[in-house]
Design a protein around this ligand. Sequence first.
Ligand SMILES: [Zn+2]
Length: 66
Amino acid sequence: MTYDEPMPWMDDRQKCRECDGTGEVIHEHEIYHRQGFDRDVGYVATKYVQEPCEDCSGTGETNNNG
Ligand SMILES: [Zn+2]
């Protein structure tokens, strides 16, 4: 992964690329259901969970200095 040099006209605080500045990211959780009473095979359900971004600690901004 490469990051461009900070643009001169930009603040040192930059929009977090991980969450696109929202401070939250959507995580996909795959939930495996075991076979039911009348099912031979299990199935997988995908659940989307909104969680605070770890990259920016939920602020939506990152500081790439240093
Ligand atoms: Zn973020």
